[in-house]
Design a protein around this ligand. Sequence first.
Ligand code: DSN
Length: 443
Amino acid sequence: MNKKKLQETDSEIKETLQNEEDRQEFGLEMIPSENFVSKAVMEAMGSVMTNKYSEGYPGKRYYGGNEFIDVAEKIAIERVKKLFKVAHVNVQPYSGSPANAEVYLALCKPGDTIMGQSLLDGGHLTHGWKTSFSGLFFNSIQYHVKADGYIDIEEARKLALEHKPKLIWIGASAYAREFPFKELAEIADEVGAYLVADIAHIAGLIVAGAHPSASEHVHIITTTTHKTLRGPRGAMIMVTEKGMQKDPDLGKKIDKAVFPGFQGGPHDHTTAAIAVAMKEADTPEFKEYAHQIVKNAKALAQELMDNGLKLVSGGTDTHLILVDLTTIQKGHGVFVQDALEVAGITTNKNTIPQDPSSPFYPSGIRLGTPALTTRNMKEEEMKQIGKWIAAVVKETENYKLPEEKEERKELLKNFRAEIKENAVLKGLREEVREMCKRFPLYK
Ligand code: DSN
């Protein structure tokens, strides 16, 4: 048995881990779906639980030796039930997309009609987008947001009445406003559809009361555990009381879809870490944290607008901000993402509703505050960061995206070489580093 430390066995990977730790420690992480876990969650992830196979569920396993795996899984389930006020929980899905696939498997047959928010309007791939299994295997109907950036509830109602979907999704990856769970529930109930809330982005806000809960309105809830919830990379599926009333077998159907329907052995180290994260989420400190995420996002949004940037829907109710860069040019997101990275600010280019460009060259940039808030940054820092982001955007304004694909490649190559040497961005990189030192992460 090799008892040596990584440093001794694989210095190449050890060094890469160190580099990634430094990148996280000394940069501003502003991708809204990312966060930093506690040392305790990390400890559970890097534990002996990774060694085990445990197909099945607590008390009903296909392998021996699961006494302590059962303990961890039962604790995780009970903590989730309490936090989200739901009737049934499965903590085994490997991640968000598998969890959503498992919901389809539990409720639908190939070819059934399903409905979700369009990817281009902030929705998720697995909610019926045409290049995803969900759009390929099901008859997918997509609703959109209105010109003001808010979900078009009237369109959703009209489409639901016309197409009678079996399953309706509510939830998104690039939507800055409160989700209208109640309104979508009325539509789903009217047409007899299952309503599933994918709360991956806002789960942490919900448990803290910083966003209304989905539990009383929907039948099923899916979520990843690593975004605002600040747990390990993983996911879970919950069945609400309302779901159990619609179909008392819903819990069993979900469990069967997860295993043996879709997955093999659960990742028990993740289960243990989910349990740890749920204990952390059930504290006054976490509640304060989640409310601060929203306060920070609002302060950042205001500062960006004060500095001339346009936001989809004109602001935010959550942890997320979507900047509309068509005021500069269509497809400008790629320039801003890369320039921000040179300044030490990590974000992602993103489509905006009615994007005049394409998903690879989208016209927006998506920002979020969960990770910065974990570092204890507050409104004052958000205002400073908002000014920095606006200054970076200014540095990109003279670059124009050519229509021709080949010309694009060439221009982006030159752009990337030039921004690396840009004095303003290099200066900002140092200021970012200094700010990060004042808010240490793991150091
Ligand atoms: N990849 C996630 C996000 O960034 O929002 C969604 O699955």
